[in-house]
Write a protein that binds this ligand. Structure first.
Ligand SMILES: [Zn+2]
Length: 301
């Protein structure tokens, strides 16, 4: 049976724009529900300035607790600069997602530096993180377009991927940060990046902003991508920005792969417990579809 690796990002990407700050104990309970559903890779936090992203103020405590309580799970954290890297080192996390943006506008807004400066720092950090023994995934944000700059030249993304591979990145993550990809672009860009980055495995991080998340994911799967970031419930986006949306919903992706006969290692009904808990804590319905259908009994089990 073929397999696919899904990494849940609901605790980090999903929650980061939420105005309602969850308590540490609630985040720990959510992590437990995700681990019990079968996720073996979970991105739990980011080491960013808590004044900018208050939801991430407890990253250290959260990471330390889950590292202690869930040795079977590869816990990862997002790091965008040298300060974040030293915080990650101090709390013992071993899996790092390091990334910068292909869009200059997005980079300046997100980290206050030009895309070129941020990318130089990313290359430096990859070397430093690998020398310190971290398992590293290197990411390119806005790889499929930027809401402000529009389409991003595919050659630029391929050149970045080539440099990341040459810097020793063991894996490259292409992020559709604002959901601008379509299946044709996904196929074209993956081919270009595969040519540029050689054997380095690719992962995709797809936001469902325009409803093409699952279609894009399937296109990438057909191009040989075997690793995807997902978010329980499709949690994510920004409650203050109309139309902003989260990653592809974990449960919808698990259901898709079940239908394709591909093993995910995730138990759908247990995953729906995590989705329900998020909905209780946030006081609203999340956009993922399959848990709703499962609750009606139409899907069986
Ligand atoms: Zn994202």
């Amino acid at each position: 049976m073929e397999t696919v690796l899904l990494e849940d990002h609901s605790l980090r990407d999903g929650l980061q724009a939420e105005a309602r700050i969850l308590r540490l104990e609630d985040k720990l309970a959510l992590f437990r529900l995700l681990a019990e559903a079968g996720f073996r890779q979970i991105q739990a936090a980011s080491f960013v300035d808590p004044r900018v992203i208050p939801q991430m103020a407890q990253s250290e405590e959260l990471i330390r607790s889950v590292l202690r309580d869930f040795p079977e799970v590869a816990v990862s954290a997002l790091v965008l600069n040298a300060r974040g890297l030293s915080r990650a080192r101090a709390c013992g996390v071993r899996h790092l997602s390091l990334s910068s943006s292909a869009s200059d506008w997005h980079s300046r807004r997100n980290v206050g530096r030009s895309a070129a400066e941020a990318f130089d720092e990313l290359l430096r950090m990859i070397g430093e993180a690998r020398a310190s023994g971290f398992a590293v995934q290197a990411g390119i944000q806005c790889a499929f377009g930027c809401v402000h700059e529009g389409p991003i030249p595919e050659e630029r993304v391929a050149a970045m991927a080539k440099s990341l591979a040459e810097a020793g990145a063991p894996e490259i993550n292409l992020a559709d940060t604002t959901g601008m990809a379509n299946p044709l672009l996904v196929r074209r860009l993956i081919r270009k990046v595969q040519e540029a980055a050689g054997e380095t495995p690719l992962a995709l991080h797809l936001h469902d902003t325009r409803g093409l998340g699952i279609a894009n994911l399937l296109a990438a799967w057909e191009c040989g991508v075997r690793r995807f970031d997902v978010s329980a419930g499709g949690l994510g986006g920004c409650p203050f920005v109309e139309g902003a949306a989260g990653n592809v919903a974990a449960e919808d992706v698990v259901h898709l792969f079940e239908q394709l006969g591909v093993a995910t290692g995730i138990d759908l009904s247990r995953l729906c417990r995590a989705v329900r808990r998020y909905e209780e804590l946030l006081g609203r319905r999340l956009p993922g579809r399959v848990c709703r259908v499962l609750a009606t009994g139409v899907l069986g089990n």
